[in-house]
Design a protein around this ligand. Structure first.
Ligand code: MRU
Length: 327
């Protein structure tokens, strides 16, 4: 099942806010609806946002031409950290000179490529880990970088799936990923469906899982990778990378080439999305903090390149901790 698709002139997506309780599809007919779906995280995850951006451009060129520039700008900026969103818009709209059908054809190419790229980078990551670790591999992951975050296969979970397929996966430790629980809700849901043994841990337990030697590797996705190899991903990734370095555990980032932003020299120049503090101040709709308390809801953090053992893409393996630069 695809997390995002194009059907009969509409975008159809799984509403990720409803999982794991319900598998509900939403149908999107306008850029306005798409922006809302992206901002409330019904559609989320960098590669899925790339596809959403491209398909959104196809919707935009079919709507009122006087709104085109405004719609494209709003869509590009709907989530500022994941470079794939703007990349998807720009790639599809570059075909505008050839007409709306060409924009749609390009968007459908972005959609079709995603699974192929995920599978290629997943195999590459699994090869690297299988060589590095003796016997079955236990992996720790953060957030959701699975089929839901892409079209249907996954980046970090693409690596996990490849290890599982070849009988080399022992266990996956899943950080719950506060405050919106992408790990506990989405990654655990995907792993359960795949029959992969997994255990959810509190985010604050993640470093201790590594210190105790429970995981042989950390494998995560990325929202943007700077030219120097700094990796921007879900908040909580950086502490895991620090703990992995301390424990001598490899830290692997799995992402398509489209997540590498050659225009950004280093991670400190990436805009970090700050989300509504309400996501932190309440839990399941119940206020858990005193009224009047403020929240700083940083959605992403930057893991410096020297903590990144390797990045696998559909084309290559880069080792930033050894001084290799992605761009
Ligand atoms: O806020 P989210 O859920 O969109 O954050 C997603 C992540 O941080 C993922 O790890 C990243 O997009 C990679 S998905 C393959």
């Amino acid at each position: 099942m695809r997390s995002i698709d194009w059907r009969d002139g509409h975008i159809v997506a799984i509403d990720q806010t409803r999982l794991p309780g319900g598998l509900v599809e939403i149908v999107i007919d306008s850029v306005e609806e798409l922006v809302i779906a992206i901002q409330r995280l019904a559609i989320r995850g960098a590669p899925a946002l790339g596809v959403a951006g491209a398909l959104g451009a196809a919707l935009a060129v079919r709507a009122d031409p006087s709104r085109l520039d405004h719609d494209l700008a709003t869509l590009r900026a709907a989530r500022p950290t994941a470079v794939n969103l703007a990349w998807g818009v720009d790639r599809a709209i570059a075909r505008l000179g050839d007409g709306p059908d060409a924009v749609l054809a390009e968007a459908l190419d972005v959609l079709a490529e995603d699974t192929e790229f995920n599978q290629a980078l997943g195999l590459r990551g699994a090869d690297w880990l299988a060589e590095l670790v003796d016997g079955p591999v236990s992996v720790q992951t953060h957030c959701n970088a699975g089929g839901l975050a892409c079209v249907e296969w996954g980046t970090a979970l693409g690596v996990v799936r490849s290890l599982h397929d070849r009988g080399r996966l022992r266990h996956v430790y899943v950080d719950e990923t506060r405050p919106l629980l992408q790990g506990a809700r989405l990654t655990a849901w995907e792993l359960a469906h795949l029959g992969v043994p997994h255990t959810v841990v509190a985010d604050s337990a993640g470093p201790t899982v590594l210190a105790r030697g429970l995981a042989d590797a950390v494998v995560v996705g990325a929202d943007r990778i700077a030219a120097n190899g700094d990796v921007v991903n879900k908040i909580g990734t950086y502490p895991l990378a620090l703990a992995a370095a301390r424990a001598g555990v490899p830290f692997l980032v799995a992402a398509p080439e489209s997540t590498i932003d050659a225009t950004i020299p280093s991670g400190d120049q990436v805009e970090i999305e700050v989300r509504d503090g309400a996501e932190l101040l309440s839990f399941c709709g119940v206020r858990t903090t005193p009224s009047g308390t403020q929240a700083l809801n940083l959605a992403f953090d930057v893991t410096p390149a020297d903590l990144v053992s390797a990045i696998v893409t559909e084309n290559r393996l880069i080792q930033p901790a050894r001084g290799e630069r992605p761009a």
